[in-house]
Design a protein around this ligand. Structure first.
Ligand code: HSE
Length: 436
C-alpha cells in the first residue's frame, strides 16, 4: 500500500521528536500501521532550523497554508499551539478533507466543539492524545479501554511544571517565589509561566478529559481554575504533619445534579500512590464503576514522550483512514447525537472536604467559638492541629480538616469565623480529596 503522507506544522521540541521517533522506529511502526507513514512536508517559520532537523528528507516551507492545501497530504499534525493561526489552519485542513493530529489542549478546550463538528461533517478524524498528559495514553484509556464503565470521577496531576514546584517546596521547605525562579533557571518553568502556575494548562486538560469521560461538550469557560501562586509553604508543612500532600489536581466528577470541573491545590492522603508522584511527572487516577480505580503515570511533556502520543494518533488514523466514518471511534468517545446535557456545576455547589488554617488569640473559648460555628453549619470536623504559640506570642495557628460539605456552606462558615475578634486575618481554605 502506498505510504500515508503527513504534513507537520511546527518543528519545535515535539515536532523534532516526532520526526526523529518516526524515522528511528519506522519499520516497527509500519508493521503496526500496515503501511508506511511518511512526513512529506514540514512548515516552520525558522526554515534554517527546519532544514537542519529534516536533513533534506522532506520538503520544508515557511507557509503552513501550503501544507494544509497540498492534495498529496493525508494527515496534518498541528504543533503550533495557541488559538490564533492554529485554529485557522486546523479548520482549513479539515475543510480540505485532511485528518488532523494535534497536541493543542488550549485550542481543543476552547474551540473543540466547532472543530469536531467540522471534522464530523467532512468525515475526517481529529486526534489529540498528546494534548493531555503528554506521553500517557489517557485519551485512549478513557475513550476505548474504559468504554464499558460509567466513569465516576477523574483526578489528575496534569501539569509537570507545578508538580515540580510543589515537590521542591515540600522537599526543601522553600516558598513559591524562590522555587519558581529555580524552576525557570533549570528549564522546568517557562519564562512566562502564567498558564502553568495559574492552573490554566491543567484546566484545559481537565476540560478535555471531562468531555470524553462524560460525553459532554468542551466547556472550559465553566471550569474553576485556581493555581499554586498563592500557596504558602506553611500549609504544605501543616498538611504533611496531618498526613497529606498538596498537589495541583485537575478534578472532574459526575454528580446527580451535574459535573464538577475544577483545578486547585488539593490535599491528598500521603498513602495514596498519586500523592507520591514527584517532580515533573504526571499521573491520572480514573474511577470507573466496573473497573474501580486505575492509575496512569508517566511523562506529561518533553520531546519524545509527547511524540510518542502524536505518533500513536498517526498510526490510529492510518489504520482507520479507509474505514467508514460512521464506524470510527467518536472524537469525544460518545456518538455525537448521544451527548449528555448535564450542566457543569458552579463552584458553590461542589462537595468536598476542607483544610482551614486560622491565626487566633491563644485564649479560652476561641476553639469553642470556631467549632460552634462549624457545628451550626452542619460541618463535621475530621482532624485538628493546634500549634503552641511561639515564645512570648499570644497568638497561634489552628488547623482544621473537615468532612465533606458543600462549598457554599464552608464559605459562609469562614465568613463567620473571620468575624470573630479572636481570629486575625483571613482563614486559609484548601480543598481536600480522599480519593479512596
Ligand atoms: N506546560 C505543561 C506542563 C506541558 O508543565 O506540564 C505541556 O502541557
Amino acid at each position: 500500500m502506498k505510504p500515508i503522507k503527513v504534513g507537520l506544522l511546527g518543528i519545535g521540541t515535539v515536532g523534532a521528536g516526532t520526526f526523529n521517533v518516526l524515522k528511528r522506529n519506522q519499520e516497527e511502526i509500519m508493521r503496526r500501521a500496515g503501511r508506511s507513514i511518511e512526513i512529506a512536508m514540514v512548515a516552520d517559520l525558522n526554515l534554517e532550523r527546519a532544514r537542519e532537523l529534516t536533513q533534506g528528507e522532506c520538503e520544508v516551507v515557511n507557509d503552513a497554508n501550503l501544507v494544509v492545501s497540498n492534495p498529496e497530504i493525508d494527515i496534518v499534525i498541528e504543533l503550533i499551539g495557541g488559538y490564533g493561526i492554529a485554529k485557522e489552519l486546523v479548520l482549513k485542513a479539515i475543510a480540505n478533507g485532511k485528518h488532523v493530529v494535534t497536541a493543542n489542549k488550549a485550542l481543543l478546550a476552547t474551540h473543540g466543539n466547532e472543530i469536531f463538528a467540522a471534522a464530523q461533517q467532512k468525515g475526517v478524524m481529529v486526534a489529540f492524545e498528546a494534548a493531555v498528559a503528554g506521553g500517557i495514553p489517557i485519551i485512549k484509556a478513557l475513550r476505548e479501554g474504559l468504554t464499558a464503565n460509567r466513569i465516576e470521577w477523574i483526578a489528575g496531576i496534569i501539569n509537570g511544571t507545578t508538580n515540580f514546584i510543589l515537590s521542591e517546596m515540600r522537599d526543601k521547605g522553600l516558598d513559591f517565589a524562590t522555587v519558581l525562579k529555580q524552576a525557570q533557571a533549570l528549564g522546568y518553568a517557562e519564562a512566562d509561566p502564567t498558564f502553568d502556575i495559574e492552573g490554566v494548562d491543567a484546566a484545559h486538560k481537565a476540560t478535555i478529559m471531562a468531555a470524553i469521560a462524560f460525553g459532554i461538550p468542551m466547556q472550559f469557560d465553566k471550569a474553576h481554575v485556581e493555581g499554586i501562586a498563592r500557596l504558602e509553604a506553611v500549609d504544605i508543612r501543616y498538611a504533611e504533619e496531618l498526613g497529606y500532600r498538596i498537589k495541583l489536581l485537575g478534578i472532574t466528577k459526575r454528580t446527580e445534579d451535574g459535573i464538577e470541573l475544577r483545578v486547585h491545590p488539593t490535599l491528598i492522603p500521603e498513602k495514596r500512590l498519586i500523592a507520591n508522584v514527584e517532580g515533573a511527572m504526571n499521573a491520572v487516577l480514573v474511577q470507573g464503576d466496573a473497573v474501580g480505580a486505575t492509575l496512569y503515570y508517566g511523562k506529561g511533556a518533553g520531546s519524545e514522550p509527547t511524540a510518542s502520543a502524536v505518533i500513536a494518533d498517526l498510526v490510529d488514523i492510518t489504520r482507520l483512514a479507509t474505514a467508514d466514518p460512521e464506524h470510527r471511534v467518536p472524537h469525544l468517545a460518545f456518538q455525537p447525537d448521544s451527548m449528555s446535557n448535564l450542566p457543569i456545576l458552579p463552584m458553590s455547589e461542589i462537595v468536598t472536604s476542607y483544610y482551614l488554617r486560622m491565626h487566633v488569640a491563644d485564649r479560652t473559648g476561641v476553639l469553642a467559638d470556631v467549632t460552634r460555628i462549624l457545628a451550626d453549619s452542619s460541618i463535621s470536623i475530621d482532624a485538628m492541629l493546634q500549634k503552641e504559640p511561639a515564645e512570648g506570642e499570644a497568638k497561634t495557628d489552628i488547623i482544621i480538616l473537615t468532612h465533606q460539605t458543600r462549598e457554599k456552606n464552608i464559605v459562609a462558615a469562614i465568613e463567620k469565623i473571620q468575624a470573630l475578634d479572636t481570629v486575625f486575618g483571613a482563614v486559609t481554605k484548601l480543598r481536600l480529596e480522599d480519593l479512596s
